[in-house]
Design a protein around this ligand. Structure first.
Ligand SMILES: NC(=O)c1ccc[n+]([C@@H]2O[C@H](COP(=O)([O-])OP(=O)(O)OC[C@H]3O[C@@H](n4cnc5c(N)ncnc54)[C@H](O)[C@@H]3O)[C@@H](O)[C@H]2O)c1
Length: 270
């Protein structure tokens, strides 16, 4: 297979839908092999059907170290090694605020959101690190604009994504000079993103039906992205084009961090 990532292997969590699915499509198109860990056996089945021998899948939960170990072992056994780990699986909290968190559920909801978003990302790094050191590879953490500012979620999601910055910095420091570790902070997109089962939001695709015009109006770049629009920063951070870069974040936020106070000419809705 030709392409920029020919001969390379990516281990990706949450590749079954949304951003993860777009990452699988683009890395395979660029010549990579991909090992996916996702808790949805049905989504994994569809991936296997579409991508055939370019992708291997593991049904499992990111909170389970053994599931990561199995997915990394498959990558090495099928494709000969590992070059990139992308910690991407996560759940949202549906913007449930501190005051609205039910007293009887706050404990379980914290454990669930941090278990998937933080512990899940760390366990994947633990399982992937030895193989990545061997190949001088890269880790990329999918964070969120919620990692950097308030209001992209409630306190559970926001603090879990902010904890991801700590993982990026610490692992970048510990794993240098062998493995580069960076994060991507996307803004919104319509996906199958779910909420915590402990808040009865596990079956609700919270971002599937958001109003694109409402989302767009928050972004200076004035469009509501699809998952594929966010893939570019991952290709950059996975490649040697970013050889001088570790411990950093790419804000894929359509200019939200540069949003000013007054409205300017040329913006939709002004
Ligand atoms: N959708 C957005 O607006 C948005 C914005 C910023 C950041 N993000 C981040 O993008 C990433 C991908 O989310 P998405 O929006 O594509 O959602 P998604 O639900 O479409 O994709 C997430 C995938 O992860 C899997 N998954 C969830 N929990 C899991 C677990 N415990 N174990 C194994 N697999 C699990 C799901 O089955 C799904 O296939 C997440 O890290 C999310 O926080 C999303």
């Amino acid at each position: 297979m030709n392409g920029r990532f020919a001969g390379q292997t990516v281990y990706l969590t949450g590749g079954g839908s949304g951003l993860g699915r777009a990452l699988v499509a683009r890395f395979v198109a660029e010549g990579a092999h991909v090992s996916v860990l996702d808790r949805s056996a049905e989504k994994n089945r569809v991936l296997a059907e579409i991508y055939g021998s370019a992708v291997v899948t593991t049904d499992g939960d990111v909170r389970d170290l053994a599931a990561h170990t199995a997915a990394v072992a498959k990558a090495v056994a099928h494709f000969g090694g590992l070059d990139v780990y992308i910690a991407n699986a996560a759940i949202w909290d549906g913007n449930v605020s501190l005051l609205d968190l039910p007293v009887e559920r706050v404990d379980a909801a914290f454990d669930e959101v941090f278990g998937i978003n933080v512990k899940g990302a760390l366990l994947g790094a633990k399982a992937a690190a030895p193989a990545l050191v061997e190949r001088q590879g890269a880790m990329i953490f999918t964070l969120s604009i919620a990692a950097l500012r308030a209001g992209g979620g409630g306190p559970l999601y926001t603090s879990s994504k902010t904890a991801g910055i700590g993982l990026v910095r610490e692992l970048a420091y510990e794993l240098a000079p062998f493995v580069r570790v960076n994060g991507v902070c996307p803004a919104g997109m319509a996906t199958d993103l779910r909420g915590p089962e402990s808040l009865a939001l596990g079956d609700t695709p919270l971002m599937a039906n958001v109003d694109p015009d409402m989302m767009r109006s928050a972004y200076p770049l004035d469009f509501f992205p699809v998952p594929d629009d966010y893939v570019g920063p991952y290709l950059f951070l996975a490649s040697r084009d970013s050889a001088v870069t570790t411990g950093t974040l790419i804000e894929a936020d359509l200019g939200m961090s540069a949003r000013g106070i007054r409205k300017v000419a040329g913006r939709a809705g002004t």
